[in-house]
Design a protein around this ligand. Structure first.
Ligand code: SAM
Length: 254
C-alpha cells in the first residue's frame, strides 16, 4: 500500500465530504455556537481566525460580529465549499484559506480572536498547532476551543477513541479537560472556565458522514453489543447504535 502522511489521510477523509459537513445539523447548530456568538459579540469587532473550519459554521457565526474572519482548513475542498457558501450568504468579510494548523503563514499577533471547533482531535500535532494559535493571537486576545471531550476514566476514554478511530482513520485523539488545560498552558494560553455539553450522535448519519466501511460499522456494532453497564450508561447507547458524548467550549486568553 502507498504511504500517505496524516495530512493526506485528513484531506482524503474530509475532501469528498465537504458538502455533508456544510449541511450536517450536528455541526450547523449547537449550544457551543450560541455561547461563542455571545462571547465574541460582547467584544469590539476584530480580526478572527477559525482553525479547521470544516463546513464553516463557526466562521459563519463570527462574520457578522467581526471586522473579518479567516476560515482556514487543510482540505482544499472544505475551503472551496466555505468560500461559495459565504458568497451565497453575502458574507463579504469572510476569507477562506487552505493550510495546516501546525504551520500558520501569518505574522505574530495578527489576530484578535482565534477559534477552533471539532477539529483539534484530528491534528497530528495538537501541541504545535496550539503554539501557532498562540503565536498569531495578540497578547490578551481571545481564543475559544470547542471540541469533543474524552472522559477522565481510562475505560470510557478507550471506548471513545476506539469508536472514533473505527469510524474515521483521520481521528487522532479526543482530549480530556485536564489534558486540554495542560496543552493550553504549555502553549502559553491562560484557560478560563470550561462549559460542558452533551451531544447525541444519531448512528446512521454519524457513519454516513464519514462513509465508514461496512466492516468497521460491524466492528463498532459488535463492540457496542458487548459493552459493560458503565459504558452503556455513560454513552447512553441506544438500540440502533446512536450514542451521546461530551463536548466542551473552553475560552482562553493569549
Ligand atoms: C469536523 S470538521 C470541523 C467542523 C467545523 N469546524 C464546524 O464548526 O462545523 C474537522 C476539520 O478539521 C480539518 N483539519 C484536520 N486536521 C487539520 C489540520 N492539521 N490543520 C487544519 N485543518 C485540519 C479537516 O480538514 C476538517 O475540515
Amino acid at each position: 500500500m502507498q504511504e500517505r502522511s496524516q495530512e493526506t489521510v485528513v484531506s482524503e477523509q474530509f475532501g469528498p465530504r465537504a458538502q455533508s459537513y456544510l449541511t450536517s445539523p450536528v455541526h450547523a447548530q449547537g449550544e457551543d455556537l450560541d455561547q461563542l456568538a455571545g462571547i465574541v459579540g460582547a467584544r469590539p469587532p476584530g480580526l478572527a481566525l477559525d482553525l479547521g473550519c470544516g463546513g464553516g459554521h463557526a466562521s459563519f457565526r463570527l462574520a457578522p460580529l467581526t471586522q473579518k474572519v479567516v476560515a482556514y482548513d487543510l482540505s482544499e475542498a472544505m475551503v472551496a465549499t466555505v468560500r461559495s457558501e459565504a458568497a451565497r450568504r453575502g458574507l463579504g468579510n469572510l476569507e477562506a484559506r487552505q493550510g495546516s494548523a501546525e504551520r500558520l503563514d501569518y505574522p505574530d499577533a495578527a489576530f484578535d480572536i482565534v477559534v477552533s471547533r471539532y477539529s483539534i482531535h484530528h491534528w497530528h500535532d495538537a501541541v504545535a498547532g496550539l503554539k501557532e494559535a498562540r503565536r498569531v493571537l495578540k497578547p490578551g486576545g481571545l481564543a475559544v476551543f470547542m471540541d469533543v471531550v474524552a472522559p477522565d476514566s481510562p475505560l470510557l476514554d478507550t471506548w471513545l477513541q476506539s469508536l472514533e478511530l473505527l469510524r474515521d482513520p483521520s481521528h487522532v485523539r479526543d482530549y480530556s479537560v485536564p489534558e486540554w488545560h495542560a496543552m493550553l498552558e504549555g502553549a502559553g494560553f491562560r484557560p478560563g472556565a470550561v462549559s460542558l455539553f452533551r451531544l447525541r450522535l444519531e448512528f446512521s448519519s454519524w457513519i454516513g458522514r464519514m462513509n465508514t466501511p461496512e466492516s468497521h460499522v460491524q466492528a463498532i456494532r459488535s463492540l457496542q453489543a458487548r459493552a459493560g453497564a458503565e459504558v452503556r450508561r455513560y454513552f447512553e447507547i441506544e438500540a440502533d447504535g446512536t450514542f451521546t458524548i461530551d463536548t466542551m467550549l473552553l475560552p482562553a486568553e493569549g
